[in-house]
Write a protein that binds this ligand. Sequence first.
Ligand SMILES: [Zn+2]
Length: 348
Amino acid sequence: MFSLCGLTINYAPPGLTLYPNPPNPQNPHTPHTPSLAGHMGQPQWSEFFPDCGGSGQSPINVDAAQSKYEPRLATIRPLGYSQHGNEPFTLSNNGHTVTMPLPSWMGVAGLPWQFSAVQLHLHWGNGASVTTGSEHTINGRSTAAELHIVHYNSELYENVSMAMTKRDGLAVLGILMEVGEETNQAYANIINYLNRIRHAGQRVSIPAFDIQTLLPSDLHSYYRYNGSLTTPPCYQSVLWTVFSETVKLSMPQLMKLDTLLYASEEGASQPSVLQDNYRATQPINQRVVLASFQRGQYRRTIAARHTLPHHSHIRAKTYPHHSGYTTTPLYHTIATTLPHHSNHSTTP
Ligand SMILES: [Zn+2]
């Protein structure tokens, strides 16, 4: 098992542990590691995981005024999200987040390659405020929580283990969650089962449901940038899509998310609550954040986008020739497999 973006995935070869979970004081080869939950210890992550100190880390604050409108960014198209079948899903508390593996036949199109689903998980706050909990912020503003749906580049890599260390390996959809008046029935499919997995290591089977209902209705309007996993090992392998439209959960739903779970196992002598499992925003450095929409034109015609081929390498390769970017355009960056610590500011 290994951990990805704060949670453990079961698809990796056994024995591959990319960060200690938890640290083992009996094993002299296991370094004393910082806390991975909450904000405690985040500045120390890079001592143990050098990528966490890289120049292309996530999350970031998206400054809308500094983002660059890019009309060639395609509408996000979930593939198979609604064809969940009859197999139940498995929801788990891994001590860092609540996570749910997704079938690999689910995927997402509208990206430069074909990406297959891996899992989803959540980040949240501590119940004291509905204005903190998300990882990404927009114009300096965080929201109550954030959903991440993780995919790997199944066009270039055999599995997520191989993909997660590559520059073009992962694609994550980020959905910001806010408080609203009504119960969100889509998220109820997850929230209603949290009381069954209150302690780390617990899991529960839940009825399969339409994953697409977790997304905002507007899949045209989003921010796009190259970033990283938001937990150690912080690999800079993520093509991020952060939707402009938020989803709304009721206050009771958000309170359950904020307060029900423990980071400790059942019966622990010193139980610790699982809260504030979001990372602070990271320097944007030389990166460009693209916007698929123009400010003030939140919903607009997408006819032009439909003329573009889907996940086209041709588009990726020709893109820089038509751009006036002073920093590496995103498609060029991900179209070329760059070394891990490549300089984003290199002009093509
Ligand atoms: Zn995450």
